[in-house]
Write a protein that binds this ligand. Structure first.
Ligand SMILES: Nc1ncnc2c1ncn2[C@@H]1O[C@H](COP(=O)(O)OP(=O)(O)OP(=O)(O)O)[C@@H](O)[C@H]1O
Length: 660
């Protein structure tokens, strides 16, 4: 009962005492004010506001700027207007007004009693004025936005003295993504306090939220639910928007409260995980009975569930489809380019007995689920991506996406849009519908940035901002979207040295370097035999008996210096298996690639003749491409290393390879 304390007779007297203590004696008016108001007064003082201030800097937007803001908030206005009018009908005789503000406290629209409106004008309660707490001190709109909950600010509880004539009740409006997008406020004369106004503001805001959610998800299946069947269809129901292939796309705040989960734990998860039931049978049961509901058990409690919106035509094997599964799968792969985590790959299965690797695994295991960024260092091909993938699969985010981006393997000009995404039409060649970018795709899961040391400096600054603010703004957009990602980075470079030579931002380095682990190069590992056996068994699959290795072959493998690390070993084993005759399972020296018998001094990286085909006779362009390809081959496909070796930029190397 938020307003009860204010309705007592001595409320005004207590407020005067509180103001006297706070403003004249700099003391905390404990017990005289609701704590929420006292905290707000303290914040205002920290902002440097004075309680006797009359004029607010940047008082009101001009007509054009206001029009732009109205356009920007078009959907909010469209969905709020009928509700505001309805609310005003209810309070018409109380001399009050109904106000809609945006997520920054900018007043967008007011509907009100003419007499009160003229008085409200004097305190700038008009469209175009900002009621951000920073500017206007404690007030229902600004303070509700700060608190992200419904707030009543009555009479002299307003920080600025001249707002003392107001009594205001406001409730934030949360958008379909769960973030505040506006405020609905009911303001009136401080003498006309209404006991139920705060409840009315709260209820109206939740109706607007419901309308917004339904308006945004017109093409999705809407799963509406509540513990009591009577609440279905009311502003208290939970709603989840579910795609035709059974993924929860969005869920409202009632929904997360009813299910007792966080939004990030529901969004992008399969319906069957969030609701502990398959979607397809429900669709089949309820498809032809639009208003009926059914009961399911979720988290040990009964839940009444109703389906609305677009119900798809087909239901196959627990999933529902609005088109053939194959087509949908193809589209999904295009849309969400996540790297599939390998089956059964965890930190435990990665541990094949090498002491240094085991130490790295032990350290990583300690921070599982703690959202500490991890930086994996090691030579190219040492298994950094495998390690990142195993780390993700061993933690609580294992069912969410693992999204990888190799900063060295795509042209610098594309890293930005790949990472941050873009809005449709943001640049020439951009897809019409825009793209979400890897950071957003990884929301709720893990983002793996491979070769982070190759990220251009200007993008390092943007990445740092994303990590600090936990928000991402796609190219061409002004809207920051909140993200929850666990970050894993890898590099073959010594990042500290890169910082020292100014190629890597020091602040970003410390941000990424929550836990650093270094993977040993293959030539220094003590578990090569076990690794060889594991790779050979996996590669042979079910097509043949697991291959064995002769002692001489194993010794050759152990003696080799493996410049390409596990990637090279992996390829060598594949070639050896391919060279086995039908029915043969013993890999001998003759099956191994020739390079394994060369001494280190002869190795491809250190000699002129690399073993690659002889230089072609041809145009300079062909020779350039050949040199580029050969160098790339000697460094295991690492673009940055090849560019460095040739003394050219990565872009030039791409051009020589014909990839630009
Ligand atoms: N423990 C392992 N068991 C089997 N295969 C492995 C293992 N670790 C790595 N590999 C294989 O070796 C190859 C290289 O591994 P990965 O891509 O993880 O290395 P990396 O250090 O990230 O390389 P780069 O720095 O070049 O990106 C991959 O094909 C991977 O499947």
């Amino acid at each position: 009962m938020e307003t009860a304390h204010l309705l007592t007779d001595n409320h005004g007297h207590r407020l005067q005492q509180a103001r006297e203590l706070f403003f004249a004696h700099d003391a905390l008016p404990e017990g005289l004010l609701p704590p929420l108001i006292a905290h707000s007064w303290q914040r205002c003082r920290r902002f440097g506001l004075s309680e006797i201030e009359q004029r607010v800097p940047g008082e009101s937007l001009d007509r054009i700027a206001l029009k732009t803001e109205l356009e920007r908030n078009r959907t909010l206005l469209l969905q709020s207007r009928p509700i505001m009018e309805h609310v005003y009908e209810q309070i018409r005789d109380s001399g009050s007004m109904v106000i809609l503000a945006d997520a920054n406290g900018l007043l967008l629209e007011t509907i009100g009693d003419a007499d009160f409106v003229s008085r409200a004008d004097r305190v700038s309660l008009v469209a175009g004025a900002s009621w951000d707490e920073n500017l206007r001190g404690t007030n229902a709109i600004g303070t509700a936005l700060y608190e992200e909950s419904a707030v009543a600010v009555l009479g002299a509880e307003h920080f600025l003295q001249h707002n003392g004539l107001l009594t205001c009740c406001a409730s934030p409006i949360f958008g379909p993504d769960g973030r505040p997008i506006g405020v609905l406020d009911i303001s009136g004369d401080s003498r006309s306090r209404q006991r139920h106004t705060l409840g009315l503001a709260r209820l109206s805001a939740s109706i607007v939220e419901k309308r917004l959610f339904e308006a945004v998800h017109t093409n999705d299946i809407l799963v509406c639910f509540h513990h009591h069947a009577d609440y279905l269809g009311s502003p208290k129901e939970g709603i989840a928007a579910v795609s035709a292939d059974g993924q929860v796309i969005a869920i409202n705040r009632n929904g997360t409260e009813l299910l007792g989960i966080r939004q990030v734990d529901a969004v992008r998860r399969d319906f069957s995980i969030v609701f502990e039931n398959s979607l397809a049978p429900l669709v089949d049961r309820l498809r032809h009975k639009p208003r009926s509901s059914c009961q399911v058990r979720v988290n040990g409690r009964n839940l009444h569930l109703q389906l609305r919106g677009e119900l798809p035509a087909l239901a196959i094997a627990g999933r529902v489809y609005d088109e053939l599964p194959a087509q949908r799968t193809q589209r999904r792969t295009e849309a969400i380019a996540t790297t599939p985590t390998k089956a059964n790959l965890t930190l435990d299965t990665l541990n094949t007995g090498d002491m240094r690797l085991q130490a790295a695994i032990d350290r990583a295991r300690r921070i599982l689920g703690r959202d500490i960024p991890i930086l994996i260092q090691g030579e190219s091909g040492a298994g950094k991506e495998m390690f990142a993938s195993a780390f993700h699969a061993s933690g609580p985010r294992r069912d969410a996406p693992f999204v990888a981006l190799n900063c060295a393997s795509i042209p610098e000009t594309l890293i930005e849009s790949e990472l941050f995404g873009y809005q449709g039409g943001a640049f020439t060649g951009a897809r019409k519908e825009g793209a979400p970018g890897k950071i957003l795709q990884a929301h709720g899961g893990t983002l793996f940035l491979d070769e982070i040391g190759d990220m251009p400096l200007n993008l390092q600054a943007r990445l740092l901002r994303v990590l600090q603010e936990r928000c991402v703004t796609p190219l061409g957009s002004t809207r920051a979207l909140q993200v929850d990602i666990s970050l894993v980075c890898a590099t073959h470079r010594k990042l500290r040295e890169e910082v020292a030579r100014g190629a890597f931002r020091e602040d970003l380095y410390y941000r990424l370097n929550g836990l650093a682990v270094t993977l040993p190069p293959l030539r220094e590992r003590t578990d090569i035999r076990i690794l060889v056996d594991k790779i050979a068994t996996a590669e042979a699959g079910t097509a043949m008996d697991a291959p064995r290795f002769s002692e001489a072959a194993l010794q050759t493998i152990e003696a080799y210096h493996w410049p390409g690390n596990i990637r090279q070993l992996f390829n060598a084993i594949r070639v050896a298996i391919a060279l086995l005759d039908e029915g043969e399972t013993l890999i001998e020296e003759r099956h191994l690639p020739e390079e394994l018998f060369e001494s280190k001094a002869d190795s491809p990286a250190s000699r002129d003749e690399s073993g690659a085909p002889a230089m072609p006779d041809g145009s300079l362009e062909e020779i350039g491409r050949h040199v580029a390809q050969r160098t790339l081959a000697t460094v295991g496909g690492n673009i940055s290393a090849a560019a460095r070796q040739l003394g050219i930029s990565r872009n030039t190397l791409y051009r020589k390879l014909g990839r630009l």
